[in-house]
Design a protein around this ligand. Structure first.
Ligand code: PMP
Length: 308
């Protein structure tokens, strides 16, 4: 757990001490899970001289889209949201790697149809960089199915969607695995509870499409660009069958927090040699270089936090 003492949280336009960052038990955010959020990463540059936030704009656009789909009565501009995130990191003077959570929740005491008032919070938690070996996962195809666009759209990054993720995660952990992989109601591969999935077959990266029960992941998009622009190995986005996972040469999960997390075992069967795959490792090396600013795929992906 992160140290809470001395931390400041952005809450509705003010920076408040960590202990005071609270919302009411009767708010629709608590009663119905009426809350959308983004998890965003800050990265120290390799020489330690600065901090950049990775793909801030895309995260904030997705936050706006989540609020729009759920008909939140208040909208925030990209400029406002950007200032909230940058202000939170600056006020806390976090100059290491970090995880930033910005959240828009429905407050008041409204009932099911309440779309406001909308509250906004932002936190920043320092975190340590971890070697790819420390992120290696053993996965289980969960017996829970992924939520879908007709009932609980995975495209919306709503806190309530994570009930689905939690069901799979607690089942996987109880059965001795690290991560669930969800199938859609049609039986096709979707994603894990908190990350998207790539497999490699005969050197070709393959990942489910954005209409196949997944969050429109920013890291997935980054990987697609890395595969096409840097590694000269364009990925295919298509429906993926469960049994393709069993015959894949490599597999990895990807997400802002997961970064590149190799999957070495699925349902107790080795993926490839049961080790971190060569292409997975190569993709991680590039991803790491991109987030730290030593390899440039798109200059707009890094937002510097501090001027000095
Ligand atoms: N799928 C789910 C369900 C997630 O929670 C996340 C994490 N936000 C992802 C995929 C990866 O998304 P991103 O790369 O935008 O962090």
């Amino acid at each position: 757990m992160y140290k809470s003492a001395g931390r400041l949280v952005h809450l509705d336009g003010k920076m408040v001490p960590y202990e005071e960052a609270k919302i009411h038990v009767l708010s629709p955010a608590v009663k119905y899970g009426a809350s959308v959020f983004e998890g965003i990463c800050g990265y120290a540059t390799r020489d330690g001289s600065g901090v950049n936030i990775f793909r801030l704009r895309e995260h904030l656009v997705r936050l706006q889209q989540s609020m729009h789909i759920l008909r939140y009565e208040q909208a925030y501009s990209l400029e406002e949201l950007t200032e909230v995130v940058l202000g939170t990191v600056r006020e806390n003077d976090v100059r290491t790697d970090s995880h930033i959570r910005i959240q828009a929740h429905v407050l008041g005491e409204g009932l099911m149809g309440a779309c406001g008032p909308v509250g906004l919070s932002c936190t920043v938690s320092p975190r340590d960089a971890r070697a790819i070996e420390a992120r290696t996962k053993r996965a289980q195809i969960t017996s829970w199915r992924r939520i879908d666009d007709a009932s609980m759209p995975p495209r919306v990054k709503a806190a309530a969607n994570y009930h689905n993720g939690r069901l799979g995660t607690v089942q996987a952990r109880a059965d001795g695995y690290d991560e669930p992989i969800f199938l859609t109601n049609a039986g096709k591969v979707a994603e894990s509870g908190g990350a998207c999935l790539f497999i490699l077959r005969d050197g070709v990266p393959i990942t489910p499409g954005v209409t196949h029960g997944i969050l429109e992941s920013i890291t997935r998009d980054t990987m697609l660009r890395i595969f096409s622009d840097v590694l000269d190995r364009p990925a295919v986005t298509r429906e993926v069958d469960r049994t393709e996972l069993y015959v894949a040469d490599e597999a990895f999960l990807c997400g802002s927090a997961y970064e590149v997390s190799p999957v070495t075992d699925i349902d107790g069967m080795k993926v490839g040699k049961g080790e971190i795959g060569d292409i997975t490792r190569e993709a991680w090396d590039i991803y790491e270089a991109v987030v730290r600013g030593t390899t440039n795929v798109d200059p707009a992906w890094l937002t510097p936090v501090f001027d000095d």
